[in-house]
Design a protein around this ligand. Structure first.
Ligand SMILES: *Cc1c(COP(=O)(O)O)cnc(C)c1O
Length: 384
């Protein structure tokens, strides 16, 4: 076999290293003969539910599929409104539309807190609002106040926890339990990276059962149950999707879950070094300095906020020239052509849109590499 050179920058934005045990687990599935959902998926669901502290976990094919399943399980109907942040990945808005609903775009708290603002949510909740979809930005738990605002109006909460497996509030409540349903992603650059995949967690039996059925067309029994003789036929009481997960990635996921806490700790050390370094620089801040120190973030992203007059593209270009990859989380949803005309309350998001820059972060990012990024950032800021 020919050695393939890595295409990534010397310091990429994210980097995945699968432990040999995960590769071995995948190999044993390949040798076992059953590749779709089965015992390995059930095992992974059990481990994941215990890890986030939810009663039920249902694995599916992507984080976007998880959001679609959550909206479908809540029975959204055409014309229903889903309030969600504009400063997030577009998946949630697209998933709401796929459910027949209308996204309504809310604002974030400010430059130091990039999660959904409870006041903005309160302003946008109206007679047609059925769901508030909150997001744990960069692995920081959403504000529990947002959930309180929604519930006081009789509105369900869907937590987009794609960034946040393992995160918890200072009072101990964990991401994955903050919504009526919570959705995770195992996309290739997420904290638990399996290439593709997702998970819905919930404490409510009824919702769990609905998600489980909707995941596979609405079938009343699973292929695995029929394969193992527990069922012989099925009915469709309500139509669903094919968002099933598979044994291969489930087996890898079960190996990775026990290592998540250690990975978060290592990510956290890199973020702490970024925090100290950024504090010594002018014209840039690392958000979430005002959060309760008892909180444990999942440290998915190292996003910084530049002063308004800084030219972000020049800063990113300067870092790129030094082999450092950056990104932007996110181009706000209301700036996408397909979502431009939606109802929105986004003045703070608009102010931040050109100021956000995400720096490299992964568990094995070395202190010297963090310093290299900080040096390059300092140089870029003194000339941009
Ligand atoms: C990645 C991501 C998603 C979508 O997950 P996929 O697995 O890529 O479908 C949704 N929301 C947020 C915040 C994400 O980061």
């Amino acid at each position: 076999m020919r050695a393939v050179s890595r295409v990534a920058a010397p310091i990429p934005l994210a980097d995945v290293r699968l432990p040999p045990e995960a590769v071995a687990a995948a190999t044993s599935v390949l040798e076992g003969g059953w590749l779709s959902s089965g015992r390995k998926v059930e095992e992974f669901e059990g481990l994941f539910a215990a890890y986030v502290g939810a009663r039920h976990a249902i694995a599916c094919s992507s984080g976007t599929g998880a959001l679609q399943l959550a909206f479908a399980a809540l029975g959204l109907r055409p014309g229903d409104e889903v309030v969600l942040p504009s400063l997030t990945f577009v998946a949630v808005a697209n998933a709401a539309i796929a459910a027949g609903a209308v996204p309504v775009l809310a604002d974030v708290v400010g430059a130091d807190d990039l999660t959904l603002d409870p006041d903005s949510v309160a302003r946008l909740i109206g007679p047609r609002t059925r769901v508030v979809s909150t997001m744990d930005y960069g692995g920081r738990p959403c504000s529990p106040e947002v959930c309180d605002v929604a519930r006081s109006e009789g509105v369900a909460v869907v937590e987009d926890a794609a960034h946040a497996p393992g995160a918890r509030l200072a009072d101990g409540r964990r991401c994955g339990t903050l919504g009526d349903l919570s959705c995770f992603s195992f996309f290739a650059n997420k904290n638990l990276a399996l290439g593709e995949g997702g998970m819905v967690t919930t404490d409510e039996e009824q919702l769990a059962r609905a998600v489980r059925r909707l995941r596979s067309h609405g079938q009343t029994s699973t292929t695995w149950e029929r394969h193992t003789g527990k069922a012989t036929t099925y009915d469709i009481e309500r139509t669903g999707f094919n968002f099933r997960f598979d044994e291969l990635r489930a087996a890898m996921g079960s190996v990775l879950v026990p290592g998540l806490d250690d990975a978060i700790e290592r990510r956290g050390r890199a973020v702490e070094r970024y925090r100290q370094g950024v504090a010594a620089l002018e014209r840039v801040e690392l958000p979430f300095s005002g959060r309760d120190p008892g909180e444990r973030p999942a440290h998915h992203l190292a996003a910084v906020v530049l002063d308004p007059e800084v030219d972000r593209d020049r800063v990113a270009g300067h870092l790129r020239a030094r082999g450092i990859q950056t990104s932007v989380h996110y181009v706000p949803i209301h700036r996408m052509s397909a979502h431009r005309d939606r109802a929105a309350d986004v003045s703070i998001t608009d102010d931040l849109a050109e100021r956000l820059l995400t720096l490299p972060l992964y568990p094995h990012l070395e202190p010297e590499q963090v310093d290299t990024v900080l040096d390059a950032l300092g140089d870029a800021l003194s000339t941009s």
